[in-house]
Design a protein around this ligand. Structure first.
Ligand SMILES: *Cc1c(COP(=O)(O)O)cnc(C)c1O
Length: 363
């Protein structure tokens, strides 16, 4: 926590706003919208997963529709496709950003149209570990074919592509404020909507799809996805420290880069060009040797340093075994050669240097 969250939470208690709406939710939405600095409408929700789900609902994704999804990601990018009874079509990554490959995306869209007679209903593209995707190319491919994009920016609040904040690309964007993200409301998320109408529609589905009548009348299946005002209060405080949290994660990445680059056999993921400005939610590394990540992970764990494998691609998950997949083996290679390093903004320089020197010793 940054320090002021308690004050906002106390204010929520003092004014008795202990419900999943209220002035702190409104204020949190205003602060987020101001931070993103785009002409967008914010809807605070109970989770990032809920935001992705509502985006698909608003785009009319339903039973047996196909939805393209980046394979190298956390399962929460893909699960909402299944919630809607729709079918995921997984797509490979490109190695620069680790995000959806424009070439494989175009192939997936065109191939599915050949196979089924229609383009998939939507695309879920991710800014993985905070790194912006190749948005110019991805948006061009999608708009040429009239397929809307949902930007899963759950890990990328504070990241920018060509100066524009992640979360504001595509038709809808999703943010997460889960406990592990760059800022947190303990649990929470936000849907970034293109206009007031789509926000109203998303709010309708987020609050049980109750028709605007004096009695309870329902023509649609709704959800209970709004953010608690207590969590909104935490979010108001967190917005005050967001810039310093982003700066700290970026500084941690810079230490890893200067300590570990120019070493044989290991590459630190950095911004692949001047258009990209990752928040470096997590710093990841790639080892030449496929056996290195697990060997180094266990050796670091024995020294009380926690690291984690990269997300295991969705096309390699038993639960999605039947889903079509387009592309090559980039996602699988990144997964097999990669490792996520300690990146929390509470870590000081000395602690990061200890991680670096231990890794250098081990390789
Ligand atoms: C955390 C995360 C989500 C889900 O967010 P929750 O708030 O935990 O529901 C979705 N996608 C990615 C890539 C994430 O890292």
């Amino acid at each position: 926590m940054g320090g002021t969250e308690r004050k906002y939470v106390a204010d929520a208690f003092d004014t008795d706003w202990i419900v999943p709406l209220g002035p702190h939710v409104d204020e949190f939405e205003r602060r987020l919208a101001a931070y993103l600095a785009q002409d967008k409408q914010l809807l605070a929700l109970s989770a990032g997963t809920a935001a992705i789900h509502l985006a698909l609902v608003c785009l009319g994704v339903g039973k047996d529709d196909e939805v393209v999804c980046q394979s190298l990601t956390f399962s929460a990018s893909a699960n909402p496709i299944a919630y809607q009874g729709a079918r995921p079509v997984f797509v490979d990554s490109e190695p620069d950003t680790m995000n959806i490959s424009p070439a494989a995306l175009a192939d997936a869209l065109d191939s599915r149209r050949k196979a089924t007679g229609a383009y998939p209903k939507a695309i879920v593209a991710v800014d993985l570990y905070g790194m912006p995707a190749k948005w110019d190319e991805i948006e061009a491919i999608a708009s040429e074919r009239g397929v809307p994009i949902v930007e899963d920016a759950a890990e990328a609040l504070g990241s920018r592509y060509k100066g524009r904040c992640c979360g504001t690309f595509g038709a809808f964007g999703a943010l997460s404020f889960n406990g592990n993200k760059i800022i947190t409301t303990s649990g929470g998320g936000a849907l970034i909507c293109p206009d007031e109408d789509s926000r109203r529609k998303a709010l309708f589905f987020a609050t049980q799809a109750r028709e605007n009548l004096p009695y309870y009348y329902h023509k649609h299946i709704g959800f209970n996805y709004r953010l608690s005002n207590i969590c909104g209060a935490i979010g108001c405080g967190q917005m005050e420290v967001l810039p310093e949290r982003v700066a700290r994660r970026q500084a941690i990445n810079a230490i890893y880069a200067s300590e570990l680059s120019n070493r044989g056999g290991i590459r630190v993921q950095g911004n692949p060009g001047s258009e990209y400005e990752s928040n470096f939610w997590l710093t990841t590394v790639q080892f030449d040797d496929e056996t290195a990540p697990e060997r180094i992970r266990t050796a670091l764990a024995a020294r009380n340093i926690e690291t984690r494998p990269l997300w295991r691609p969705m096309h390699m998950q038993p639960v999605f075994a039947d889903a079509p997949y387009y592309g090559g083996d980039n996602a699988e290679r990144l997964y097999r050669h990669g490792l996520c390093l300690p990146s929390g903004s509470v870590l000081n320089d000395k602690q990061i240097m200890r991680v670096c020197s231990t890794i250098k010793e081990l390789i």
